[in-house]
Design a protein around this ligand. Structure first.
Ligand SMILES: [Zn+2]
Length: 299
């Protein structure tokens, strides 16, 4: 069982991990909080881009000697492989960490995972703490891993006549920072946050969303993209929709013009999607939706 302090630390780690969204791919966004033996925070960190330090290494560096006999709280299982950086499970052992609290097991763990190796070295390991909360940040990355294509969000506006239109620049700016790539009204694909990704680990291998959308997404995946925001023309987005390649919808509706009696009901949400959240913000109503469970998610 995780203690109350550890659960709070996991919530903090999840928030930190989200700062990595739109920068870490093809690596996952991960956050870490290190507690000393008395349960005080002595270090925090998150992974920023591939090729640079992992979350655990940032948090351990901040903690220094105070990590000894302490607890590392980390959203995803510490890595156990020598990639561009040394394995985090070794960094945790070297720092004298006595306990590790993990949100989700890494489905890409090579050989045996970091959790098993830490246990074998005598570290107390707790797995599955706030897993659903952790999944809210890791979902696009996990989804991309399963489908071998980036997770796709379609962003659009619904105008006063109830018509679906391309999102305005304010909305695109608001949503592009958390994704790897954005498709604009000219079908051009650009980095969500320009220059955010590790230059050797990430390349936008497709310049435009033209041709078969499944092929373009597969090419983007090969180049390291794990999440895409479709902020283009509705007709272009509907091509992806028809192909079953839209995983999330974020729509903003402006106050409606008075609709006349006898007019057709505006279709603001495509068939096969369920609303997950609705809220009012800055004069808009925002509606988020995901494919209905009854609809096959992975064509
Ligand atoms: Zn690592």
């Amino acid at each position: 069982m995780a203690s109350e302090i550890e659960t709070s630390a996991m919530r903090r780690a999840v928030v930190l991990s989200a700062f990595g969204l739109g920068g870490t791919s093809p690596n996952p966004p991960v956050g870490c909080v290190v507690l000393d033996r008395d349960g005080h925070v002595v270090g925090e960190g998150y992974h920023q881009r591939k090729g640079e330090a992992h979350a655990e290494v940032h948090a351990l560096a901040a903690a220094g000697d105070r990590a000894r006999d302490g607890t590392a709280v980390v959203t995803l299982e510490p890595c156990n492989h020598h990639g561009l950086t040394p394995p985090c499970r070794q960094a945790l052992l070297d720092a004298g960490i006595a306990r590790t609290v993990i949100g989700l097991i890494d489905p890409t763990s090579r050989e045996e995972g970091g959790a098993a190796r830490l246990r074998a070295a005598g570290v107390d390991v707790e797995i599955g703490v706030l897993a659903d909360t952790v999944r809210q940040v890791l979902h696009p990355w996990l989804h991309a891993l399963t489908t071998r294509r980036p997770h796709v969000t379609w962003l659009y506006e619904i105008d006063a006549q109830g018509q679906v239109t391309s999102p305005g620049e304010v909305l695109v700016q608001r949503h592009r920072t958390g994704v790897d790539a954005v498709v604009d009204v000219h079908d051009r694909i650009t980095e969500g946050r320009p220059g955010a990704h590790g230059p050797t680990a990430f390349t936008l291998s497709a310049g435009t969303m033209t041709g078969d959308p499944g092929d373009v997404l597969a090419t983007l995946y090969e180049g390291g993209t794990r999440s895409v925001l479709i902020a283009g023309r509705p007709d272009a987005a509907r091509r992806l929709l028809t192909a079953g390649l839209v995983d999330r919808i974020v729509s903003y509706t402006v106050p409606a013009a008075a609709s006349g009696v006898g007019t057709p009901v505006p279709t603001s949400l495509p068939e096969g999607f369920d609303i997950t959240t609705i809220d009012a913000t800055e004069g808009w109503v925002r509606v988020d939706a995901t494919p209905s469970p009854s609809r096959p998610r992975y064509p």
